[in-house]
Design a binder for this molecule. Structure first.
Ligand code: SF4
Ligand code: SF4
Length: 266
């Protein structure tokens, strides 16, 4: 069943999200996405998460699966439109939503910026498979038994500052995020599955140019193992670590695969 249609708040949210992604992509493309912009966007997004519990698409995806339109924040149709629009934008421009617009992702990103020792894993395939299994369990539990798997992670409680078992679970995820890059995104998030699939064949991504000296510095800097020239970047969160680590100006640019004519991304 499809519930109530779009309401004004929902339309504002979708317009904000579309503008956010398009402007972020243009800033990347023209080399204006600086470290300052990066932290500014992350902080604004986290604040919006606490103030409005939005945009919280993973939570809304779960409610779509449960078909509980009253808990999505807007109608089921609006939820479908919002996720559909984000999937198209992700195909076109990469995971700007995950990188900077999702409060869950932004909080983990800020946590990982803390100066503590990091745990790197090169098992990106295994992580993606694990998240795929979680995705199927979420669908099965939601459609078959009306059970919300994501409710175990207390997203709503955490961002509305409500004490519960779930909010402590998400707090634990954040503590893990200090050491391990985006554990919720890479293992749990149902939208991560869809966004990875949308990004892999996507249009604008990080590309190497002829200026690349093949020093592998970007690959060592990447927390998700997506910086090799042959990687599809389905798990690239546009964190900029590769760009900032690269010793050669113009060796890494963001944009369509061809023609490679403009230095950007830095
Ligand atoms: S993977 Fe999911 S939780 Fe992580 S940033 Fe993307 S939508 Fe948000
Ligand atoms: S280091 Fe580069 S390739 Fe790796 S996730 Fe960050 S922006 Fe993407």
């Amino acid at each position: 069943m499809v519930g109530p249609g779009p309401n004004p708040l929902q339309v504002v949210g979708i317009v904000y999200a579309v503008l956010f992604v398009v402007i972020a992509a243009l800033l990347w493309r023209t080399g204006r996405f600086s470290r300052t912009v990066r932290y500014l966007l992350l902080i604004v997004t986290v604040l919006f998460g606490f103030l409005f519990f939005s945009p919280m698409l993973p939570h809304q995806f779960q409610e779509l699966v449960l078909r509980v339109d009253s808990r999505i924040g807007f109608g089921l149709l609006g939820g479908l439109i919002g996720i559909g629009v984000m999937l198209v934008l992700t195909f076109l421009f990469g995971r700007h939503f995950c990188g900077y617009l999702c409060p869950i992702g932004a909080l983990q990103e800020l946590a990982y910026a803390a100066p503590v020792p990091k745990v790197r894993t090169t098992r990106k395939r295994e992580l993606s498979v694990a998240r795929g299994v979680v995705f199927l369990v979420l669908l099965g539990a939601g459609l078959g038994a009306g059970f919300s798997l994501l409710s175990l992670f207390g997203l709503r409680e955490f961002f509305t500052l409500t004490l519960s078992t779930g909010s402590f679970v998400f707090a634990a995820v954040l503590i893990i995020s200090l050491f391990l890059y985006r554990p919720f995104c890479r293992v749990i998030c149902p939208l991560g599955v869809l966004f990875q699939l949308a990004t892999a064949p996507g249009w604008w991504k990080l590309r190497r140019t002829d200026a690349c000296i093949n020093c592998h510095t970007c690959e060592r800097a990447c927390p998700t193992g997506e910086a090799h020239s042959t990687d599809l970047q389905g798990e690239c969160y546009l964190c900029r670590r590769c760009v900032e680590a690269c010793p050669v100006a113009g060796a890494l640019i963001y944009g369509p695969q061809a023609p490679v004519t403009q230095a950007g991304g830095e």
